[in-house]
Write a protein that binds this ligand. Structure first.
Ligand code: FDA
Length: 508
């Protein structure tokens, strides 16, 4: 691994300059801190003990990107690639074991070209979901894209790891809608789906970012949207037993609704007055009347009324769920505020009993501040075979859970306490969630599951490193698809140039 040789910052900057790449920042540059911090979404990775990059390069073209990869390799730096910077464990702008590295930040590669006639788009991977949604919405009211809800997520990371969103029960993940890609391999070669080969094209669509090279652009399938969709956010507050009853019923309803329905559950933790609050967030590819008639029959306890519902264009709905004021705000890469966060994820295969749900809601409603989100699967998610892409959580999954704690600067002293609470909740959930292996979502990266150790890879044997990765996070994120990912890694990056704490290890 090149990081064993002393990395050299001046040879890196002269290499860039001699190839006409001028947009980069070194620690002494006035722009360095602003550029580094611009896309840090988790303040845990701004703390003083976190190793910072020796340089940040901001390519403005595919050729700049290729040069940045080659110069980093020539100067013996590890490479971290950053798109939207939302990695839960900061893997796009940090390294383990103080390995010297540079960040290639794709934020200037954000062009999105929509072709409404073929219902496809080519998007550079530095674009955010918001930029993509905006471009799709401008080109046609009857097209949409199936991605996530947060508009500032980068296409580089979200599509690489899957990309679950409000349309996934109808059209699958973002990764299920990739038609082609431009990948720059560790030797700077530019590959498309044919020249990269079947195994690699399969791996980049859900096998997680940072393992394969740099995806410069995605060709994505757009999906049909009705003139208006129906959206709602319904808040319910009450005693634990009442809320547990709603959540218990939701488990039976949410994953079994018709495909055009998305009904998720958002559970802010940290209520203190004995009552608990939850929100049901919904989007339906259909009218208010259709929404009312289906929900009043399938989920009478929710008691939806027409005044809870609004009709709007699909792109307006993306602004609503991204929590921004207007459609043009989807172009804003900077969210309101950042916080310190830690997240974990789970999958549920069998409904949790009502009695257990009461105890779970009681546990969740205890402090600290954070949120728990239950995402309904079923529909197209269940119909796509679990080996079609590396994302294995398909038929048999009722819903995914994301647990998060977050805090601000003033609560920094309580960080360990909050994270301990999150881990204890995760332990508490063990009997109720998937097992053998306990599943997790690679886009909700969680280093508690384990990490690669490239400096001492389990005594040096690549087989041991692969077994280590498979038994800890590999099986949780990818199930039976993990070995196929190792095979793809050996094809595209046998020297492990693109690595991180949970990247796919090569076997050599
Ligand atoms: P970042 O830039 O941090 O990249 C993540 C990983 O991908 C890193 O390993 C990075 O090196 C690699 N990478 C980035 N660009 C690459 C490229 N061009 N080629 C190769 N590798 C590349 N998920 C979801 O499915 N649905 C959702 O609704 C949400 N919502 C959500 C909200 C919020 C507030 C957060 C913080 C996160 C989510 N997520 C999510 C999770 C999100 O999908 C996940 O964190 C993605 O990896 C983020 O992608 P970014 O490009 O922003 O991150």
């Amino acid at each position: 691994c090149s990081a064993h040789v002393a990395a050299n910052a001046s040879s890196f900057s002269s290499c860039l300059a001699s190839h006409g790449v001028s947009n980069f920042s070194l620690p002494a540059s006035p722009s360095y801190n602003t550029t580094l911090n611009f896309s840090i979404r988790n303040l845990r990775f701004t703390l003083p003990d976190v190793t910072r990059p020796a340089a940040i390069v901001l390519p403005v073209s595919k050729e700049d990107l290729r040069r940045a990869i080659l110069c980093a390799r020539d100067s013996s730096f590890a490479i971290r690639v950053r798109s939207g910077g939302h990695s839960y464990e900061g893997l796009s702008y940090t390294t383990e074991n103080h390995i010297r590295f540079v960040v290639i930040d794709l934020m200037n590669l954000d062009r999105v070209q929509v072709d409404p006639v073929s219902a496809t788009t080519w998007a550079e991977t530095g674009a955010t979901l918001g930029e993509l949604y905006y471009a799709v919405g401008r080109s046609s009211r009857s097209l949409a894209f199936s991605g996530g809800s947060c508009s500032t997520i980068g296409l580089g990371g979200v599509v690489s790891g899957g990309g679950f969103g409000l349309l996934s029960r109808r059209f699958g993940l973002a990764a299920d809608n990739v038609l082609d890609a431009v990948l720059i391999n560790p030797n700077g070669r530019v590959l498309d789906r044919h020249s990269m080969g079947k195994d690699v094209f399969w791996a980049i669509r859900g096998g997680g970012g940072g393992s394969w090279g740099v995806v410069y652009a995605w060709k994505l399938r757009l999906v049909p949207a009705p003139h208006n969709v129906t959206v709602f956010i319904i808040d319910r507050t009450g005693p634990i037993e009442y809320i547990a009853g709603l959540v218990h019923t939701w488990q039976l309803v949410g994953p079994n609704l018709p495909d055009e329905f998305y009904l998720s559950l958002y559970f802010p933790t940290g209520s203190s007055d004995g009552n608990v609050s939850i929100s049901f967030e919904g989007q339906v590819l259909g009218t208010k009347q259709h929404t009312l008639s289906v929900l009043s029959q399938s989920f009478p306890m929710l008691d939806v009324s027409e005044s809870d519902l609004s009709e709007m264009s699909w792109v307006e709905s993306t602004a609503k769920f991204a929590n921004v004021d207007k459609v043009s705000d989807l172009l804003n890469r900077q969210p309101g505020t950042n916080s310190y966060t830690k997240s974990k994820s789970d999958y549920v295969k069998a409904p949790i009993s009502r009695q257990d749900m009461v105890e779970i809601v009681r546990y969740m409603s205890a402090r600290p501040p954070g949120s728990i989100i239950l995402d309904p699967y079923g529909g197209a998610m269940a119909r796509i075979e679990s080996g079609t892409t590396p994302f294995p959580h398909r038929a048999g999954i009722l819903y995914g859970i994301q647990y998060t704690v977050y805090w601000g600067q003033s609560d920094q002293a309580k960080a360990d306490e909050y994270i301990r609470w999150l881990r204890s909740l995760y332990a508490y959930m063990t009997p109720h969630v998937s097992k053998g292996p306990r599943g997790a979502y690679v886009n909700y990266l969680d280093l508690d599951l384990g990490a690669n150790n490239w400096t001492h890879p389990m005594g040096g044997s690549s087989m041991e490193a692969v077994l280590h990765a498979r038994s800890l996070w590999g099986a949780a994120y990818f199930g039976n698809n993990f070995d196929q990912l190792v095979k793809a890694k050996m094809t595209i990056d046998p020297e492990n140039v693109f690595n991180n704490a949970q990247s796919i290890p090569p076997l050599y």
